[in-house]
Design a protein. Structure first.
Length: 442
């Protein structure tokens, strides 16, 4: 049997599964909770259609026979997802007898399992049968790993009060928030320890079914004097209106990407409108040249070279000037390293070079545009993608350039980005010329 391999978004597949089962979920009042580890790449390569049908049929059977009111589907993957790795799907304590599930696998799901080349195991106890699946999937590039990087440090470290009817949903959302170093209180004890003070928190996430008229009035009063973000947790079909207090909504099933997008939506305007730190307009001594030199050489090996003079006047002049700093020279394209990287990832090196040209040729114009437009988030994402692809093909000089840009954001020096526009043009021209030359011999 020929295995189908296409790129797909695992989040999209899971949402399609949820949508197809939404009617039975509502009818039986069952909560389906997705618990996805951050080690699982967002974009996978494999048979998405077979996975969709497999999960839909399996969950439909479980919902038909279970008396449980909540079902958790956990997805995990190895920490270092290099090329092809087993993705684990776990359904603990389904509340269904083992003979029903095992018989269904044998008679109905066997073909789908063969398509996915997966394996399954079961364990049973008083709460029913638990299902453990392992299905191998691939990724195309290292850049497709699941990394949620908030675009500004001002969005991190918030304090959250979280109130849900369902304790497992609460635990799942709390885990996702802690990924961003958020401090989360999800029980009454913690709230009382804070003095029962809503103003202590930056975000209040509450399920719509828990909101009373009195609570809504209290939230509104707090929001008049404190920038409290009120997030309503609801199902996709809910029509309850809390416009007076609602800053944003969170729709079930909640996944890590939902939390990431929520944080961006809540604090995007605050970050953009944040005033720049005050500085003296007229410096006593201009240190720009020296500070920038030290900063730009931070991650390189520095070699000082002081040139000896033939006469005393030249020697004195050189002593008073800044010593010249010699930069480490990086290889434009290390084909040996690139081939080794491609081999480890089971990729074709020539195809990766062609992919780089297809993606980044003429990208210096785009880089100039987003820098001049001060679109800092786009610049960050551009450099993440550039760094990932440059690393694969062994473009050492370009990789170093991407690292330099990343350091600018780390040390709040994004105002110097325009200085790098021309540098990127030169780096890109040199690299694309080198790639085209090497393609003739591959």
């Amino acid at each position: 049997m020929n295995k189908i391999e296409k790129n797909f978004d695992i989040n999209m597949v899971l949402m399609m599964v949820f949508s197809s089962l939404e009617e039975v979920l509502q009818k039986k009042e069952i909560e389906l909770i997705y618990d996805i580890e951050s080690t699982l790449p967002k974009e996978l390569r494999g048979d998405a259609e077979a996975l969709f049908h497999f999960l839909t049929h399996l969950l439909a059977l479980i919902f038909e026979h279970t008396k449980e009111q909540e079902m958790v589907l956990s997805l995990t993957a190895p920490k270092d997802f290099l090329y092809e790795e087993p993705v684990s799907f776990t359904l603990p304590s389904t509340g269904v007898e083992s003979k029903i599930i095992e018989g269904f696998f044998e008679n109905e799901l066997k073909l789908e399992m063969e398509k996915l080349e997966g394996s399954v195991s079961f364990s049973s106890d008083a709460s029913g049968t638990s299902i453990f699946l392992e299905i191998p999937f691939k990724i195309n590039t290292l850049g497709n790993r699941r990394h949620y990087r908030l675009p500004d440090i001002g969005m991190m470290g918030k304090k959250v009060l979280l109130l849900c009817e369902n304790i497992k949903i609460s635990q799942s959302i709390e885990k996702m928030l802690r990924y961003f170093l958020y401090e989360v209180d999800s029980d009454r004890v913690k709230f009382k320890e804070r003095g029962s003070n809503l103003a202590y928190y930056d975000i209040f996430i509450i399920e719509d079914s828990l909101i009373t008229q009195g609570l809504a009035t209290l939230i509104e009063k707090v929001q008049e004097v404190h920038p409290l973000k009120c997030v309503i947790l609801r199902s996709a079909t809910a029509v309850v209106d809390h416009e007076r207090i609602e800053s944003a909504s969170l729709v079930k099933p909640v996944m890590q990407e939902s939390i990431f997008e929520l944080i961006i939506a809540l604090f995007e305007d605050e970050v953009e409108n944040r005033p720049a730190p005050s500085r003296h307009k007229v410096p006593v001594i201009s240190m720009d040249k020296y500070i920038n030199e030290v900063f730009l050489q931070r991650s390189k090996k520095l070699v000082r070279s002081v040139h000896e003079s033939q006469n005393s006047s030249e020697s004195l002049a050189k002593e008073e000037s800044t010593p010249e700093v010699e930069e480490e020279v990086y290889t434009i394209l290390d084909t040996t390293l690139g081939m080794e990287n491609s081999r480890k990832m089971h990729c074709d090196y020539k195809a990766e070079l062609e992919k780089f040209l297809e993606t980044f040729d003429k990208s210096d114009r785009y880089f100039k545009q987003i820098v001049e437009g001060k679109m800092l988030w786009q610049v960050k994402q551009f450099c993440i993608d550039l760094e990932a692809q440059a690393k694969i093909i062994g473009a050492q000089s370009m990789l170093n350039f991407a690292n330099q840009i990343s350091i600018l954001f780390t040390y709040d020096k994004a105002d110097t980005l325009p200085l790098y526009v021309n540098k990127y043009h030169k780096e890109l021209k040199a690299l694309t010329t080198e790639i085209r030359d090497n393609l003739h011999f591959l």
